[in-house]
Design a protein around this ligand. Structure first.
Ligand code: HEC
Ligand code: HEC
Ligand code: HEC
Ligand code: HEC
Ligand code: HEC
Ligand code: HEC
Ligand code: HEC
Length: 372
């Protein structure tokens, strides 16, 4: 596929988590901003919120809450007792007084461990420590069933010992990647440092130079402002978000074929006929403001599609010119609203408990196979 601009901008090549973090940037969790979830951690205003509205909402998004520490995890607080029996083992995830214990028993012996890191703001997997090593819990919480089941990706594991039934060991490489995507400041100078970790994806994970910027602005000095991410092309934005959501290149070279790749939005979007690496109207941020919760209202996306697919919309060529001159992309012969309900179908990943929105925007013919 000829995609000329596939290279990353040099400043985007900062490894995940390497962006310098403003020391002690606390996260705004004011009650007035809070969605339906209850936050148990005391609300402290982000110092960025004094000047930027983004800081009032971003910490409350799923990305802002991609990792939770004990005492501030609404999922387990609202589900103090989660239980499952599977393949001869019984699992119990119990929360009391802000502390969560994950235990598994074969009826004779039991392993019970404190939950130190909870990954995922909705669906959730726990990272545990056992004999000095880290493990991904073999069972996870799923919203779709409001309960526990085997962790996605671990379905084929057949535990033969209690330890294997407890979790899957994660090596240093995976540990770095896992915490690198779900938290901020956990990977510094290519080393994992879980003591300095800030839970979730914070400002400094995406914006570089924020520590200096904060210090400068608070001293009333002009200083250098963080590079404006709004200047990225749609191609570079896909690669930027793809650091964690996976890039087109990573997926093409990887093993994921079939429905399992529906979760990699940058890859799916690039395969759509709508995608143009230079057209801002199809950039990730044309449809998603990373500082706001995901919008579930289908009508909200209509204007995004109609920016190109209306008789009056300018063409991609025209957008690059000072004055729009030509007509845009084709107009739908079937409907005038709720575009995404037909052209961005929801796909259930491998018949499991996870459903994603297919970003390969297209005409979906009934019964046709999933396009890879
Ligand atoms: C005292 C006020 C103040 C504080 C506090 C502050 N900023 Fe800024 N920030 C500014 C000003 C002023 C600009 C320049 C705006 C412009 O050029 O339009 C700016 C620019 C930025 C930009 C670049 C925006 C763009 O697209 O050009 C980012 C990103 C940013 N700030 C992030 C942060 C973060 C993250 C924090 C907290 C760690 C923070 N700021 C704290 C005042 C502040
Ligand atoms: C540092 C890693 C990282 C980067 C960079 C990143 N994301 Fe995410 N994003 C995540 C993680 C982790 C989640 C899952 C959060 C969860 O559910 O726990 C997520 C979830 C989301 C969601 C779903 C939210 C929901 O409510 O279901 C959207 C939308 C999203 N990201 C958009 C973006 C966009 C757009 C960009 C680029 C501007 C981006 N992300 C960059 C890590 C990242
Ligand atoms: C390359 C970045 C990356 C790595 C590495 C990573 N995640 Fe994620 N994770 C994400 C993103 C992005 C999402 C948001 C869902 C999506 O769009 O795929 C997510 C979602 C999740 C979810 C929500 C349920 C789901 O599957 O969507 C859980 C739970 C989770 N991750 C746990 C983990 C654990 C545990 C590890 C490490 C053992 C890990 N993740 C490693 C980026 C990453
Ligand atoms: C997941 C990545 C991500 C995180 C986390 C994030 N931002 Fe941003 N931010 C972006 C992107 C991408 C843009 C450009 C958006 C656009 O072009 O529409 C942006 C734009 C901005 C801007 C400029 C707004 C403008 O008008 O262009 C400011 C200011 C800002 N962010 C502040 C913050 C602050 C403060 C935080 C933390 C509370 C934060 N951001 C967290 C990705 C992120
Ligand atoms: C033309 C609009 C559009 C563009 C462009 C777009 N998205 Fe989405 N995205 C959507 C819609 C619609 C949903 C589903 C919203 C809902 O829950 O109803 C969605 C959902 C998501 C989710 C939640 C998980 C899922 O798949 O349902 C993530 C994560 C996400 N988008 C990331 C991205 C990233 C990263 C990019 C850029 C590569 C991107 N999106 C570009 C429209 C868009
Ligand atoms: C950047 C402009 C742009 C945006 C935004 C955009 N598209 Fe497209 N789309 C195109 C172009 C260009 C084509 C290919 C030529 C044509 O059909 O006009 C296309 C093709 C299509 C096709 C036909 C695909 C095929 O396989 O034949 C559908 C359906 C479609 N778009 C729906 C949508 C929907 C729904 C949205 C919003 C979620 C959307 N588009 C957003 C530019 C865009
Ligand atoms: C009820 C389902 C449905 C909805 C809602 C819908 N479409 Fe379509 N759309 C279709 C079908 C089916 C086709 C294929 C028609 C055909 O080939 O005869 C199509 C075709 C298209 C095409 C290709 C046109 C061509 O001439 O090749 C585009 C572009 C498109 N739709 C965009 C949109 C946009 C933008 C919206 C929202 C304003 C939208 N659609 C809403 C079902 C839908």
């Amino acid at each position: 596929m000829p995609r000329s601009l596939r290279g990353l901008l040099p400043f985007l090549m900062v490894p995940i988590g390497l962006a310098v973090l403003a020391g002690g940037v606390a996260r705004a969790r004011a009650a007035s901003d809070a969605p339906s979830v209850s936050i148990t951690k005391p609300a402290t205003a982000s110092p960025c919120a004094r000047c930027h509205v983004e800081a009032k909402t971003q910490p409350l998004t799923q990305m802002g809450r991609a990792l939770e520490l004990p005492g501030s995890n609404p999922t387990v607080t609202s589900h103090p007792r989660l239980a499952l029996q599977k393949a001869g083992y019984s699992y119990l995830v119990e929360t009391k007084g802000g502390k969560t214990t994950y235990s598994v028993t074969d009826g004779t012996n039991t392993i019970a461990l404190p939950v130190l890191w909870s990954l995922g703001a909705g669906n959730q997997t726990w990272v545990l420590e056992y004999n000095g090593k880290l493990y991904e819990s073999l069972v996870s919480y799923y919203l779709a069933i409001d309960g526990l089941d085997i962790t996605t990706g671990d379905e084929s594991l057949k535990p033969k010992t209690l330890q294997e039934a407890m979790g899957r060991a994660i090596d240093d490489r995976e540990k770095k990647a896992c915490f690198g995507c779900h938290s901020t400041n956990s990977v510094t100078e290519a080393q994992v440092n879980l003591e300095h970790l800030h839970p979730g994806v914070e400002c400094a994970h995406c914006h570089t130079g924020t520590a200096e910027h904060l210090a400068d602005t608070l001293r009333g000095k002009e200083g250098a402002t963080p590079p404006a991410l709004s200047k990225l092309s749609s191609e570079d934005m896909s690669n930027f978000c793809g650091q964690c959501h996976r890039t087109w290149e990573v997926v093409v070279r990887g093993p994921w074929r079939g429905e399992v790749n529906v979760r990699f939005q940058p890859y799916r979007l690039a395969n759509s006929r709508c995608f143009d690496g230079a057209d801002a109207r199809i950039s990730c941020v044309a449809c998603h403001d990373p500082h706001l919760p995901l919008n579930h209202d289908k009508a909200y996306y209509d204007t995004k599609c109609l920016a190109c697919h209306a008789a009056s919309a300018p063409s991609a060529m025209a957008v690059a010119q000072p004055a729009p001159i030509a007509n845009g992309a084709k107009v739908c012969p079937v409907a005038k609203a709720d575009c995404v309900s037909c052209h961005m179908p929801r796909v259930n990943m491998l018949g499991g408990h996870l459903t994603f929105t297919d970003h390969q925007i297209r005409i979906v013919k009934p019964g046709s196979p999933y396009p890879n």
